[in-house]
Design a protein. Sequence first.
Length: 564
Amino acid sequence: MSSEEKPRSNFIRQVIDEDIASNKHNGVVITRFPPEPNGYLHIGHAKSICLNFGIAQDYKGSCNLRFDDTNPHKENIEFVESIQQDVKWLGFDWGGQALFSSDYFEKLHDYAVELIKAGKAYVCDLNAEQVREYRGNLTTPGKDSPGRSNSVEENLDLFARMRAAEFEDGKYVLRAKIDMAAPNMNMRDPTLYRIRHGVIHHQTGEEWCIYPMYDFTHPISDAIEGITHSLCTLEFEDHRPLYDWLLDNISIDCHPQQIEFSRLNLEYTVMSKRKLTLLVDEGLVEGWSDPRMPTIAGLRRRGFTPASIRDFCERIGITKSDNTVEMGVLESCIRDDLNTTAMRRMAVLNPLKVIIENYPEGQVEELEAANHPQDESFGTRKIPFGREIYIDRDDFMEVKPNKKFKRLVTDGEVRLRNGYVIRCDEAIKDAQGKITELRCSYDPATLGVNPEGRKVKGVIHWVSAEHAVEAEVRLYDRLFSQANPDADKDGDFREHLNDESLHILLGCQLERAVGEAEAGERFQFEREGYFCKDEAQTADGKPIFNRTVTLRDNWAKIEQQNKG
């Protein structure tokens, strides 16, 4: 790997470098990505995926994909499958079967029994409200639960009966016996197991009615798998003492190191899976893969590439400090990628018919155009040209409004992209005064050349009316109108949804070559932006294209004006 290709260093890589130098873990690096299958992954998870799998690749180690499936009320197989698809799409491989925390349910149960036998866990009959009351607060120590004084035998009996489904939900929980006066609230006898009836687990079915908590499951699963570096976001920093306590108090010979990094906060969206679930459940978006959503599935459907998302994660880096990343950074990554990888096509989104009266009726020419202006390896394509074409309505004005307008006006000339110079002779209007078509003439001597003495500054895109592909085009914008929808803690983030986040254009006319595109294929529609063919189509079978991003960052100017 060259110096240019080497990933940017960060404090996590520095820790790993030191561990390898000291031969800690015998020089092996094993990480894991542990998503909970209760929703689709979002761009924040992509940061963790790139970190965990990227480190494993760079240090010639391995990264496990392990589902934290300990809360079956909110989980299902759809989420499991979507998560696996997203990780693969980003370009990573976990090298075998995906793992599940439920794979270790029997072992986890046995470790819980071990803690009970050691007098370090007990069965508590306080309800949730009483547990909160007994816990105290940051300035007041907690109080012991009555169950804290149970004998080991009593606790073993109650825990066995919990597993045997003798008790209803909420009747008992298993708690660690640590310190009810600990400054860290997570160490005040945290819950290890709870009772959950009436659910069918997507992996274990109805085998279990008690389920371990994440804080209990996570460190033990890491240790079972031989994880060397357990990388978590900063909200788990206060949970690290419990992570270490559990591993120090059970008979397991592996003790991974938990290291925390800052989570991704991105402008104009939310990263809470709970809030994203609300958007889906309340029909405020069209599902988890809505192209406005920050989910990986939504970004993929919108036209983002794996390379652009990996580039984004590399650019923002890994730190210990919470910060918010500008949406423009993500958009810049996809622009940079598609600028070099997307073929160029012409698409008229607001069509106005043009009849070239001096062009022979029935004649069709096949004009040649480059698929990419800077890369000859993309080759060329043939564009049909005939007597009737479409141009964009915004590219015509009856009277030139100002010197900057370099497009078509009555009695004016403009060059058609990859084609001839045309002149507008007449604008035809309907009874309401709306322009319905233009009558033009063309100069047959101007294909690919600009005759001496003629000044034609404007170049516009067009498509042949006879050969055009009619499509629906969806123009997506940012999901929220405010950079930080969560800024008002007493408000509702949904109040800041952007009413202009989606515009649907019907009757768009695309050049012939676009009609051959596969779902997911990306193009630059010249002068319009980057677009991706949707996996869906209209009810009458027309293709749908989603705008991935505009050609320029128009929001940067808006944001600057607002700040000014």
